[in-house]
Design a protein around this ligand. Sequence first.
Ligand code: NAD
Ligand code: DAU
Length: 331
Amino acid sequence: MQRMLVTGGAGFIGSNFVLDTLRRFPDLAITVLDLLTYAGSQRNLDQVSDRITFVHGDICDADLVDGLVRDTDVLVHFAAESHVDNSLNDPSPFIRTNILGTFTLLEAVRRHDKRLHHISTDEVFGDLPLDSVEQFTEQTAYDPSSPYSASKASSDMLVRAWVRSYGVAATLSNCANNYGPYQHVEKLIPRQITNVLLGDRPKLYGAGDNVREWTHVDDHNEAVHRIIANGTIGETYLIGSGDERSNKQIIEQILTLMDHPADAYDHVPDRPGHDLRYSNDTTKLRTELGWHPTYDFTTGLTATITWYRENPTWWKPAKSQTEAKYKLLGR
Ligand code: NAD
Ligand code: DAU
């Protein structure tokens, strides 16, 4: 493998992936294809700007995608509309980018016979009861709840069909919630950290009992590297740290780590259709590919708080617009 095409490489997970990949493989020729939507920023790649080729473009642009896929060895597909609340407000870009975009990439991969790794989410499986120890596995039936998760489920189905019907050399991974540097301030953890930094109160949806499984972005990307190198073509791998916490616990922990009273937050109206709990059984990834998470959540969260504290010029430009959107939604 000498050339890699990364879609969505200016977003949260994609940019962390590009930075990490160049540390591992300094001679790899990486091309990033990114539309630079509200969620993407070329500044995330500043430290490697002279070592990558950046293409500002759309994964739905078939001509552009065809040339880029032809000239690569492996395609790692992160690009997506990624935020559930936005999908509830306006599903259309989710259908376009997540479904049509993935279709466009698959057709190019099929034409040029290239290796693809498709990045997806555990939200395709729907949710689990709060009071259970049940987990999602690679065999769990798809049952998405939101327009976001339905669009990601559709993209996964397309990849699976292209593997089976056309022999496309693809792997898939479905990860749980990520956290770390460069995550947009619309998401739970950065939203609350930046609220506290600005002297505003964190916002908890509903009672806050909903549970998420939190995985550091570097642990996610380590798994992606292992799947690209040694994963079985056509297979799906679940990724998750095993560290489950309720949203209430997360907000209380952020407040405590930032030296504020743990109850200094507001309850706001719940997200419609709000998934209760996610939890991934990662036995396959651990046993077949030897992956294990390396981050302790409290250590990772503390480092993430420090990152947002030290990088206000990165997040401040998006903050007021993001909060204005939330205000319209009453959240
Ligand atoms: P993000 O919203 O931070 O970044 C998405 C990137 O895709 C942005 O840079 C954006 O500009 C780009 N993009 C959007 N539409 C595009 C288009 N039409 N053409 C080209 N580029 C486009 O997302 P993220 O949180 O980094 O998520 C990356 C991937 O990981 C997504 O596929 C998401 O479904 C998946 N995922 C995310 C999480 C999480 O917790 N964030 C967990 C599991 C899986
Ligand atoms: O599970 C993987 C998914 O995790 C990814 O596929 C998505 O791209 C990613 O956005 C994330 O989805 P969630 O909806 O779980 O993440 P979000 O950060 O939006 O919210 C996490 C939880 O926190 C969720 O239960 C809603 C709640 N929440 C969120 C925000 C923004 C709050 O209580 N308050 C908030 O202000």
